[in-house]
Ligand binder design. Structure first.
Ligand SMILES: *[C@@H]1O[C@H](CO)[C@@H](O)[C@H](O)[C@H]1NC(C)=O
Ligand SMILES: *[C@@H]1O[C@H](CO)[C@@H](O)[C@H](O)[C@H]1NC(C)=O
Ligand SMILES: *[C@@H]1O[C@H](CO)[C@@H](O)[C@H](O)[C@H]1NC(C)=O
Ligand SMILES: *[C@@H]1O[C@H](CO)[C@@H](O)[C@H](O)[C@H]1NC(C)=O
Ligand SMILES: *[C@@H]1O[C@H](CO)[C@@H](O)[C@H](O)[C@H]1NC(C)=O
Ligand SMILES: *[C@@H]1O[C@H](CO)[C@@H](O)[C@H](O)[C@H]1NC(C)=O
Ligand SMILES: *[C@@H]1O[C@H](CO)[C@@H](O)[C@H](O)[C@H]1NC(C)=O
Ligand SMILES: [Cu+2]
Length: 591
């Protein structure tokens, strides 16, 4: 405890910092030549001619402004701020075709939102005290989303970066000395568009996704952490992966997990963890120092279908060994060998200020997920036998411009639309009919994970089972093979939010549902002129139903009902009148 005089001085000194401000980033999206693993150089999408991309840092309450200028020349772009719930700013969420039009080369878009605590909006339905059982401080990823005809991620091509929202009221303040950001990702030598084109062919009858060429930690191959005896480190770990999860551990150091997906939890000890694409973990590790050694830590890319631990090595195709460096004079040769990965359960941790299960639910969204073939025999993935097909008008713009009809799912086209009313307790049940684990992510909310049973548990029975007194909260949950999950949240954030598998390749196959939340509050919503300007530049209608019909909203003429057989991803195909806008800035290697 500090003496009170010191405390007040500290408070005075901090006062201007704590007051909410604005942090502004002016970012040009550019092609960059880089060789992240030291083995293969390729063009990557970076920011301001740099890769890795810079981080965003803000303090709770700050307004974040990102002015994104697309200087790619040949691809459209856009950004999604993963984990930011975009309360009151649903038009800043980023996915093209959902909350905006793609940004063509030569154009820009400004995102502006408050870095509010993702959790402060969550309270139990009976609690009027607004108990914060989530954090004010969170780690988010900033995914690149783009493309007008597919909701195509550019993050596997490099457009991703950490986003840290600092918390002046961190309940774990004082329990650690230093912070370290770590990222982990699978890595592909080929570009996303080429990979997806190879995947989406009728001969791919087994729905095989592209397999990664390597693993990256901190976007490279040299993530050592300087460890000082007696100090405790807060590691903020983010997965940027497109496909593979990663098992990890820190040799003999146990992790004290304090946060998952930007939600504080009661401190929990873990020895091994598995991080799925898009998940985040904050944990403390302390420098134990028995022999002044340098301790190896291991990240093992997990492309098992179902924790199979197969011995043939194929399931753990890429490993990364880094070091906790206590003695820089000592060499870094020790290896960290794990004979069997047994990660801690990632969906059982009690929130820091845990609240009881929400409920009973008002709205049930039941999603049977299976792979499926479309009418042309192309491999897709389906919710309830329907694959997601991008329509012409972004769904949020349809919700804003179709009046009373915006509560009719038929105006949105085949985007697996679900209407939920303001204030509803929403229960999402996913029945995973596939024999592999898939990580599912919701935009706009953290959800309670009421049930997430073991592999092989089969589909949901339709009944409540015994839920935890304070169910875990996340925004990305791994759903086991041939099993299911029961998720709940309160619809207190008007907007159009995606629920999707966070394996990028499955998104490309159509594994996305669209939640139209509180449509009555979206009617007549106005959008910033720079957002609309991008629609005009792209010749995309921004009013009316999915096909842009502004006279008869239930007239489905022009709806896209079969996915296109040619895949162009974010490739920019300018209308001929707009061709002069292309301003490619990329020069090949060494020029
Ligand atoms: C964003 O950046 C572009 C290109 O640099 C510029 O033309 C535009 O005025 C900027 N917008 C804002 C809101 O600063
Ligand atoms: C989050 O921040 C708000 C406002 O600064 C504060 O009242 C609240 O106690 C904080 N919550 C946590 C969990 O730190
Ligand atoms: C480096 O490590 C190896 C294996 O642990 C050990 O045999 C060797 O003596 C070390 N070299 C130095 C210079 O410390
Ligand atoms: C990666 O590490 C795991 C665990 O130690 C091991 O089972 C696997 O064989 C390794 N993979 C490769 C390619 O070395
Ligand atoms: C999906 O199709 C299968 C057979 O093709 C059928 O058995 C199943 O009931 C359908 N599911 C839904 C949710 O329509
Ligand atoms: C609107 O279109 C639907 C579907 O084509 C049609 O059934 C309906 O009669 C149309 N309504 C009007 C007022 O034209
Ligand atoms: C766009 O240009 C970059 C840099 O030359 C290239 O690597 C990439 O493949 C191009 N994208 C498309 C879709 O052609
Ligand atoms: Cu996301």
């Amino acid at each position: 405890m500090l003496p009170s005089s010191v405390l007040s001085l500290v408070a005075l000194a901090l006062a201007p910092v704590v007051r909410a401000g604005t942090v502004t980033y002016n970012w040009d999206v550019t092609w960059v030549w880089a060789n992240p693993d030291g083995k293969f150089a390729r063009p990557l999408i970076g920011i301001n001619n740099q890769w890795p991309c810079p981080k965003i840092e803000a303090t709770v309450g700050d307004t974040v402004v990102v002015n994104l200028s697309n200087k790619l020349g040949n691809e459209t772009s856009g950004l999604h701020f993963h984990g930011i719930n975009q309360i009151n700013t649903p038009d800043m969420d980023g996915p093209s075709g959902v909350t905006q039009c793609p940004v063509p080369p030569g154009s820009s878009i400004t995102y502006q939102f408050v870095a509010d605590a993702p959790g402060t909006y969550w309270c139990t339905s009976t609690d009027s005290d607004q108990v914060d059982y989530l954090s004010n401080e969170t780690i988010l990823t900033c995914d690149g989303y783009t493309d007008h005809s597919h909701n195509m991620g550019q993050y596997p091509d490099g457009l991703r970066g950490p986003m840290i929202v600092h918390d002046p009221n961190d309940p774990y303040a004082g329990k650690y000395d230093e912070e370290v950001i770590m990222t982990v990702s699978d890595w592909y030598y080929s570009q996303t568009i080429d990979l997806v084109r190879k995947m989406l062919t009728p001969t791919n009858t087994r729905f095989i996704p592209p397999f990664p060429d390597n693993i990256l930690v901190n976007e490279g191959q040299g993530a050592n952490i300087n460890f000082v005896k007696g100090k405790t480190y807060r590691i903020r770990l983010i997965s940027f992966a497109a496909f593979g999860s990663a098992m990890f551990h820190f040799d003999s150091h146990t992790m004290q997990v304090i946060m998952n997906d930007g939600a504080y939890i009661k401190q929990n000890q873990a020895y091994q963890l598995r991080i799925a694409p898009a998940q985040r973990y904050d944990f403390l590790i302390s420098a134990i120092d028995r022999d002044h050694g340098n301790y190896p830590f291991l990240f093992s890319l997990d492309i098992n279908r179902d924790f199979s631990n197969a011995a043939n090595g194929l399931q753990w195709p890429h490993n990364f060994t880094g070091y906790l460096v206590m003695d820089p004079k000592e060499n870094l040769t020790k290896q960290d060998v794990v004979s069997k990965w047994k990660p801690d359960d990632d969906s059982h941790w009690e929130p820091y200020n845990g609240a009881g299960p929400l409920g009973p639910y008002d709205k049930l969204i039941k999603l049977d997920f299976a792979f499926c073939m479309d009418a042309n025999g192309y491999p897709r993935s389906c919710f309830n036998n329907k694959t997601y097909i991008d329509q012409k008008v972004p769904a949020l713009y349809t919700a804003a411009t179709t009046g009373q009809s915006n509560t009719n799912p038929d105006v949105y086209g085949q985007i697996s639309p679900f209407i939920v009313n303001s204030g509803d307790i929403v229960q999402i049940v996913v029945n995973n009919l596939d024999a592999a684990v898939h990580p599912f992510h919701l935009h706009g909310h953290h959800f309670q994970v009421l049930d997430r049973p073991r592999s092989g548990a089969g589909s949901w029975s339709g009944r409540d089972v015994n839920y935890a007194d304070a169910p875990p909260m996340r925004d990305t949950v791994s759903i086991n093979a041939n099993s299911h999950a029961v998720l709940r949240y309160k619809a207190d954030n008007a907007g159009v939010f995606l629920f999707h598998c966070h394996i990028e390749w499955h998104v490309e196959m159509g594994l996305t549902a669209t939640i139209i939340e509180a449509p009555d509050k979206l009617r007549g919503m106005q959008f910033p002129s720079d957002h609309i300007e991008n629609c005009k530049l792209m010749n995309i209608p921004y009013k009316g139903n999915a096909a842009g019909n502004t006279v008869n909203y239930t007239d489905q003429t022009g709806f896209i009902t079969v996915p296109p057989t040619t895949y162009n991803g974010a490739l920019y195909n300018p209308p001929s009148s707009k061709r002069s806008r292309i301003q490619g800035s990329f020069k090949g290697p060494f020029n």
